[in-house]
Design a protein around this ligand. Structure first.
Ligand SMILES: Nc1ncnc2c1ncn2[C@@H]1O[C@H](COP(=O)(O)OP(=O)(O)OP(=O)(O)O)[C@@H](O)[C@H]1O
Ligand SMILES: [Mg+2]
Length: 489
C-alpha cells in the first residue's frame, strides 16, 4: 500500500462546521465565554450592535491572551485532540468551539489578541477560505478594529460580522434582534450563575452585555428561606465522583410574581423541573429527566443539581456545543430510585398547599362526605361564587344552575380519575399553578364577590382569606387587594 495526502476542501469543511452542534446565540456566546474563563478572565464584555440590520457581536476578555503563534494555532479547525487530557478547570474539549460557535452565527470571524505588548489579529471569512487562506491583520488594521480596552491590556477580542445566521428570515428587524439579546442575557445568567455568583475558585466573574452587568440566576433559589436543600448523593462512576444535590423549590404561593417569573423562566416551572447538569460548574443541560420521569405537575418543584468533572466527558458523551450529554447506563437505576423518592416528597409539598378539602375554618369548593363506607364529593353551595350563581330572582334560572351543578357532580368521571390517580399521577394537571392566571381569575371574580359582601371591602378581605382558592395563595390575593387600594382588606 502507498499513501497519498487527501485533505478536505477548505470551503466545504468550513461550511459543514456551521452546522456542528445545535448552537443558538446564547450557546454560541457561552462557548466563547468558556474560552475566556479558561484564560483566567475576570471581566468579559459582550457588545451586540444592530447596525441597521448588519449586526456585529463582540466578546472581549481580560484573560492572558494569546501570542501571535498561539492565535494562529487556535484559529485552526480541530486545534487540539479531543482525547487529550485537559486540566480539571478547562471548559474546552474538542479544539473546535471558537470556530464552530462563531460560524453557527456569522460568516466572518475576526480574533484579536493582546499578550505582553504584542497585538495580533486573524480572520476567517467563509466567503474566501479557498486553500485555507486565513487573513492576518497588520498593525493599522488591528488598531482600527480593536477596542480601546484590548489595546490597553492583555486579552482576546472575538468579533462576529456578516451575522447571517441570527435570524431565519432574510432581514433581521431591530425588535427581533432585541429579543435575541434579552434571551441571551437570561440564558447566560443561568448557564454561568455559579461563576457570576463567585462560587467557583472563590472569585467572582463579571459579564457585561452592552455595558450592563449580567446578574446570576440561581435555578435552585438557595437564597429563599422556603427552598429545601435535600441530602446530597455522591455517585461513583469510572473512578470519579458525581455530586448530586436535589432541591425542592418554594411553592408558588410563597413567591412574589416577579420571583416566580424569573424562576419559571421562559418556559415555566413545568418544563424547567428536572436535572441541571453542570460540567466544571458551567450549566450544560437544564430541565431534563433523561426520560426517567415525566414533566408532571406534582414534580414541578424538583430541581436536581448534577456536577460532572470534565474527565468524564467521554462517559457522558458531551457534544461539541456543550449543550447535550447522555445519562450513562450505569447510573440509570440509581437515579431512577432517587427521582422516585423526590417526586413523592415534592407531591407532599404540593398537595399540602393545594386541594385540602373541608379544612376547618375555610370554605372549600368541593366537600367530601364519608358515611357508612360511602364517599361522595359535592360542590359546596356555600362557596361565595357558587352562592352568587344560585342567588338569582328568576326561578327557572336558579333551577337551571342547580341542575347543572348536580349533573356535574353525578358525572364526575370517577373511574377514569381513579385509574389516572394510580397509573398517571404525574400527568394529572388540575390545580392552577400559574400566578398570572390566578391573578387574572381573581380580578375577574372580584365584582361578583364584592356583591356578595354588599360592597364592604373589609368584609371582602375577610371572606377571601378563608375561601378557596384565594386563601391558598394569600400573598398573591393580598397583593391584588392592595393594588385596588382596598388596603383595609
Ligand atoms: N479568549 C481566549 N483567551 C485565550 N486563549 C483562547 C481564547 N479563546 C480560545 N483560546 C485558545 O484557543 C484554543 C482553541 O479554542 P476552541 O474553543 O476552538 O477549542 P477548545 O476550547 O480547545 O475546545 P472546545 O472545542 O471544546 O471549545 C483554546 O484551546 C485556547 O488555547
Ligand atoms: Mg473552547
Amino acid at each position: 500500500m502507498k499513501y497519498e495526502t487527501n485533505p478536505p476542501d477548505a470551503a466545504s469543511l468550513m461550511m459543514s462546521a456551521r452546522s456542528f452542534g445545535n448552537y443558538d446565540l446564547p450557546a454560541a456566546l457561552a462557548d466563547l465565554i468558556d474560552n475566556s474563563i479558561k484564560a483566567g478572565a475576570r471581566e468579559i464584555a459582550l457588545t451586540c450592535l444592530y447596525r441597521e440590520g448588519d449586526p456585529e457581536i463582540r466578546v472581549r476578555d481580560d484573560g492572558h491572551g494569546l501570542s501571535g503563534q498561539e492565535l494562529r494555532n487556535a484559529m485552526r479547525p480541530a486545534s487540539s485532540n479531543p482525547l487529550a487530557e485537559r486540566s480539571p478547570d478547562d471548559l474546552g474539549r474538542f479544539g473546535w468551539g471558537m470556530k464552530s460557535a462563531s460560524f453557527s452565527q456569522c460568516a466572518r470571524l475576526t480574533v484579536l489578541s493582546h499578550r505582553g505588548g504584542e497585538l495580533t489579529g486573524c480572520v476567517w471569512d467563509l466567503a474566501d477560505v479557498d486553500a485555507w487562506r486565513m487573513g492576518v491583520l497588520d498593525d493599522d488594521e488591528i488598531s482600527a478594529l480593536a477596542s480601546a480596552e484590548l489595546i490597553a491590556r492583555d486579552g482576546v477580542e472575538v468579533i462576529w460580522s456578516d451575522c447571517d445566521r441570527l435570524s431565519e428570515s432574510q432581514t433581521l428587524t431591530q425588535s427581533e434582534f432585541n429579543a435575541l439579546i434579552v434571551h441571551a442575557e437570561n440564558r447566560l445568567a443561568l448557564v454561568f450563575h455559579r461563576y457570576l455568583g463567585g462560587e467557583v475558585r472563590g472569585k467572582r466573574l463579571t459579564i457585561r452585555l452592552n455595558g450592563r452587568k449580567i446578574e446570576a440566576l440561581d435555578p435552585f433559589y438557595r437564597d429563599h428561606e422556603a427552598t429545601q436543600q435535600l441530602e446530597a448523593e455522591p455517585l461513583m462512576i469510572g473512578g470519579r465522583t458525581i455530586d448530586i444535590q436535589p432541591f425542592i423549590l418554594p411553592h408558588y404561593s410563597k413567591l412574589l410574581p416577579n420571583q416566580y417569573d424569573q424562576l419559571g423562566g421562559e418556559e415555566g416551572f413545568l418544563r424547567n423541573q428536572g436535572f441541571y447538569v453542570y460540567r466544571n460548574h458551567r450549566l450544560i443541560i437544564s430541565g431534563t429527566w433523561f426520560r426517567l420521569l415525566r414533566h408532571g405537575e406534582l414534580s414541578q418543584l424538583v430541581r436536581v443539581r448534577v456536577d460532572l468533572p470534565n474527565a468524564l466527558d467521554h462517559v457522558w458523551k458531551i457534544t461539541i456545543d456543550k449543550s447535550d450529554a447522555q445519562l450513562p447506563a450505569a447510573l440509570r437505576n440509581r437515579l431512577r430510585q432517587l427521582v422516585e423518592g423526590l417526586r413523592r416528597r415534592s407531591s407532599r409539598v404540593y398537595r399540602s398547599r393545594g386541594g385540602r378539602l373541608d379544612r376547618a375554618g375555610t370554605t372549600s369548593v368541593w366537600s367530601r362526605y364519608a358515611r357508612g363506607g360511602e364517599i361522595r364529593y359535592a360542590i359546596n353551595r356555600e362557596h361565595p361564587v357558587i352562592e352568587a350563581l344560585l342567588d338569582v330572582e328568576d326561578d327557572d334560572q336558579r333551577t337551571a344552575v342547580s341542575t347543572a351543578l348536580k349533573i356535574i357532580e353525578q358525572a364526575f368521571p370517577v373511574a377514569a380519575f381513579s385509574q389516572d390517580a394510580v397509573r398517571e399521577w404525574d400527568g394529572i394537571q388540575q390545580t392552577l399553578t400559574d400566578p398570572v392566571a390566578f391573578r387574572a381569575d381573581l380580578i375577574a371574580a372580584l365584582p361578583l364577590l364584592l356583591m356578595q359582601v354588599d360592597g364592604d371591602f373589609t368584609a371582602l378581605g375577610k371572606l377571601l382569606r378563608i375561601t378557596e382558592p384565594w386563601c391558598e395563595a394569600w400573598g398573591a390575593t393580598e397583593t391584588v387587594l392592595r393594588e385596588k387600594g382596598w388596603v383595609d382588606a
